[in-house]
Design a binder for this molecule. Sequence first.
Ligand SMILES: Cc1cc2nc3c(=O)[nH]c(=O)nc-3n(C[C@H](O)[C@H](O)[C@H](O)COP(=O)(O)OP(=O)(O)OC[C@H]3O[C@@H](n4cnc5c(N)ncnc54)[C@H](O)[C@@H]3O)c2cc1C
Length: 526
Amino acid sequence: MVPPASPSLSASQLATLAELGEERTAKVGEVLFRVGDRRYPFIAIVEGEVTILDAAGNEIIRHGASGFLGEMNLLSGQTVFLTAVVSQPLRYIAVDRDALRPALFEEGSLSDLLLSTFIARREALQRIAGIGLEIVGPRPSEATRRMVEFARSNRLPFTWRDPERDDDDGAAAALVAGLDAASLPLVRLPGGAELLGPSTGQVSRALGIGRELATREEVDLLVVGGGPAGLGAAVYGASEGLETLVVESTALGGQAGSSRRIENYLGFPAGITGAELTGRAVTQARKFNARTATPYRALSLEPADGRYLVRLEEDHDVVARTVLLATGAQYRRLPVEGLADYEGSSVFYAAGPPEAQLCGASRAGVVGGGNSAGQAAVWLSRGGALVTLLHRRADLRETMSDYLVRELEQYGVAVRDRSEIAALHGDDGQLQAVTLTSGERLPFSFLFLFLGAAPCTEWLDDAVARDGDGFIVTGDAANAADLLETSLPGVFAAGDVRSGSTKRCATAVGEGAMAVQFVHGRLAAR
Ligand SMILES: Cc1cc2nc3c(=O)[nH]c(=O)nc-3n(C[C@H](O)[C@H](O)[C@H](O)COP(=O)(O)OP(=O)(O)OC[C@H]3O[C@@H](n4cnc5c(N)ncnc54)[C@H](O)[C@@H]3O)c2cc1C
């Protein structure tokens, strides 16, 4: 798979970049950066050509005059996944990452071009085998499946090698021979360093993602959860002068980040991918100096001398004057036997580029009647899969937007009303068929589940009042002074986690922004 061709920089954009960086030359064969490097500058080509190679030396793409090098890791600080070698005598502008950032905030057209290209390149890299992380571990290993899920939700390019499958002549088995369960999975980083049984936090930090937190942090506003609500609060909180920290247990962007295309977000008439919308939001939050820390899971919340103490995984504490709970909700699983055997290999909860690639020309079932199911079905069908959408009600229009119902038809997705899955059949983690409660058997090789979500609030125990389904109550229902305030003064909730909220991106962003106003009120009252 060849990544999208590099768009060109205009003469005025090259001039802007020349002011930020320095002009250099390089000879044929010189390496500008290589797989595993911790950082590299942004490179704009004035004259000449650069060839991009994977770790094994295979050519991925060539960039010529007015083209530029770089992808998402240039902004996130992640380790380099590819090698850049000069293939024609080169004159180029090198801009240090720290010098590029302010330009991304101030130069609208340059920022648009770079951000959308970086995001498109990351999507393309996710589809090329052999780039990025290598995760070696068997499917029954829960730690292995967690690591694969972590890589997937962080949109990291990765390859999963299962030693119990003999499709690589036993090479993966040899790598983990003799290792005990606690040492699995073996994770090989770009550049070759290996970690045995690492936590997702260790891998994250080894890749340079997220920031190290001090053992104890003190902030004005702690935002728990980095989805649209949390990022909305981070942008407004930090831009209005609050010392704001966002802690996120998995990947910044939340559920929205996994959406293939958000069509109903104000200001994007042609729709926008969740990755792009949330990637832009993260850049915007950082522009205003909001700090983001991933992956750190919040474990508890308790009052502490007029402030709040939130304990995080890996023995970190945050003391905050105010807290925003924006932990959203998590997908529901299908209540059938043996589901875990297939999760991550042929049963998924999101349909991204790797899954579309995997399912091309295969039969895939998408389960659910909501818009997220509709979007996934269209995306997979456009990728070449033969898709059937199963849902429980008599008419899909009761639960899915009309435009998506029309797209299902347009892209040839078969829809089965009043259908529920009773059993899965397959072998060695590979799904072969499902049986419906009606007894009918359908030959699916892949299944995508979009069954709604339960709130991520268990960690709160009874620290704040929740409704019968576990969602956090706010305002009058919590005897609180402000609309988004919980039963604890100074602790607010926004987005999907809040009882009665509309489960949409725009609402989550709006509530996150609104919560900041209540935070100011609370701080002023003190
Ligand atoms: C596939 C899909 C497609 C969608 N498409 C659309 C669409 O087209 N239009 C639309 O308007 N909406 C869409 N939605 C819904 C939309 O994404 C959600 O309403 C929105 O993301 C809610 O934002 P949030 O910030 O409240 O929660 P989330 O996005 O769920 O973010 C919560 C974050 O909190 C983190 N977290 C959870 N627990 C902890 C903890 N203990 N410590 C630290 N962090 C924690 C989670 O990892 C997560 O990143 C879609 C959802 C999905 C899944």
